[in-house]
Design a protein around this ligand. Structure first.
Ligand code: CTP
Ligand code: MG
Length: 178
């Protein structure tokens, strides 16, 4: 597959549910923590107060909403990468649950490294969700997983994540700019 602007647009449309899943909990998160306040063997929280059930579910819901919109719109565009539109919804489910699982895994690793909830961790914060989302979605969309495509997604996601967190901080949605 030659890397072109069309491939880049297709990849962005492919990963969009993961981006929405990852950013929605900042707005809708809160309430009961995902780890129910439980601690790991090291005495620190399993995931910490930054990961909540409502945040997890709102992320999956938002990602799937994007999948539904893609199923309705993409068949009428040159960027239709599935024959059956319902595949967009199924893909969005795997991307979104993968995103939220990867985000939680990132927090689990941060707590084991004694990094407090809300403190930054270079790469884990920006890329753990993407790695697990791609892993969950692989059986559905392996035809998009060329090496240069993966590289493009990791680099793009890194910079978008940094930019959007600075923006969310300026808008008062996040206390910290990461
Ligand atoms: N959030 C949530 N539930 C989730 C993920 C995120 O409620 N499953 C909300 C929390 O309010 C969290 C905010 O979104 O504080 C920002 O998310 P993130 O930066 O991923 O969490 P941190 O607070 O930085 O915690 P951690 O150090 O564990 O990543
Ligand atoms: Mg954070």
């Amino acid at each position: 597959m030659d890397f072109s602007i069309d491939v880049a647009i297709t990849l962005i449309l492919f990963i969009l549910p993961a981006y929405f899943a990852n950013s929605t909990p900042v707005i809708f998160g809160g309430g009961e923590p995902l780890d129910f306040g439980k601690k790991f063997l090291d005495g620190r929280r399993l995931l910490g107060k930054g990961k909540t059930i409502r945040g997890f579910l709102s992320g999956v819901f938002a990602g799937m909403l994007i999948g539904v919109l893609e199923a309705l719109i993409l068949p009428y565009t040159p960027f239709n990468f599935f024959c059956n539109p319902s595949n967009y919804v199924v893909l969005a489910f795997f991307l979104s649950t993968g995103t939220m699982a990867g985000d939680s895994l990132g927090s689990f690793i941060k707590r084991r490294l004694a990094i407090p909830s809300g403190s930054p961790s270079l790469l884990l914060d920006q890329l753990a969700f993407l790695a697990i989302a791609l892993f969950f979605a692989y059986p559905r969309a392996s035809f998009l997983y060329a090496l240069e495509s993966l590289l493009f997604l990791f680099v793009l996601t890194y910079f978008l994540h940094v930019a959007f967190n600075v923006l969310a901080n300026k808008l008062g949605l996040k206390r910290v700019p990461w």
